[in-house]
Design a protein around this ligand. Structure first.
Ligand code: OAD
Length: 250
């Protein structure tokens, strides 16, 4: 059971503009591994060692193996109660923006509408050189890597460390954070910028900042309210409370 202090209840009920930032933790209960923490074969690599152009140039097969492993997992999983709670939450606020660092597409699959995928989508490919989309099959078993018609290497269409985020999407994400009265940071270690700056931007512009995470993060002490626990349990409880508060005030 979550505690609902008065200031939290007040903002849940009265806010008109809401922005959410999600990270890998929101998909953990769906069975998608997070990037940091936990065991697993890929844990001996840091994401910063695999998700970069340099890593891809020096060992494209290894980077593709990592992405194909993640794609395989993502093709077998579906949204969990936290994703669905955010779909319901969107229907309760006039101005609602869901910013996600996740490339798994689970918010879209759940039915959320106003989504900003700031790190791209893992199901898409593009050319490393000319950026042309590539929708052919990726098969690395024979040692051959897919090539674009321009001769460039095909890579996953996600944002890597050191790369710019898609400008229109990240600009809209910052604008939503600046105008938000209520901001939730859910299941993210809040370490990777610029996404990690969004909750700070929101609070600096007057938003009430809530963090939902299993463990403490650099944001925990800064947030107005921090709730530790699994997003799949906490978010449905919060959204149920919002509906109840709004119903009571009718
Ligand atoms: P991380 O793997 O860094 O962090 C996941 C966070 O989720 C951790 O703080 C966990 O404590 C928390 N967590 C795990 N399970 C949870 C659950 N059931 N409920 C609530 N919280 C839970 O993932 P991100 O913060 O998303 O970027 O990582 C940010 C970026 O780093 C990713 O988008 C990716 C990665 O490198 C790129 O690939 C560019």
């Amino acid at each position: 059971m979550i505690k609902f202090p008065d200031d939290f209840k007040g903002i849940l009920k009265n806010a008109k503009k809401v922005a959410i930032l999600t990270g890998a933790g929101i998909s953990a209960e769906s069975g998608v591994p997070t990037f940091r923490g936990e065991g697993g074969i890929w844990n001996k690599f840091k994401p910063e060692e695999l998700a970069t152009v340099d890593a891809f140039m020096s060992n494209p097969k290894l980077v593709w193996e990592w992405y194909l492993w993640r794609r395989q997992i993502m093709s077998e999983v579906g949204p969990n109660p936290a994703h669905y709670a955010l779909v319901d939450m969107e229907s309760l606020y006039d101005d609602f923006s869901l910013i996600t660092q996740n490339v798994d597409g689970l918010h879209r699959m759940a039915g959320s509408k106003n989504i900003y995928e700031v790190h791209g989508n893992i199901s898409l490919n593009k050319c490393l050189d000319c950026s042309r989309p590539y929708d052919g099959e990726i098969n690395i078993d024979d040692g051959e890597l897919p090539q674009c018609q321009c001769g460039g290497k095909i890579r996953p269409d996600v944002v890597w460390f050191g790369e710019m985020l898609p400008a229109d999407i990240i600009n809209k994400a910052f604008a939503a954070s600046e105008r938000a009265e209520l901001f939730f940071s859910i299941g993210t270690s809040a370490l990777v910028h610029p996404a990690a700056s969004l909750p700070v931007t929101a609070k600096q512009n007057g938003a009430y900042l809530v963090e939902v995470n299993l463990d403490p993060t650099p944001l925990s002490d800064y947030a107005d309210y921090t709730i530790h626990g699994p997003a799949g349990e906490i978010m449905p409880e919060i959204v149920e409370k919002i509906a109840e508060l709004k119903e009571d005030s009718k």
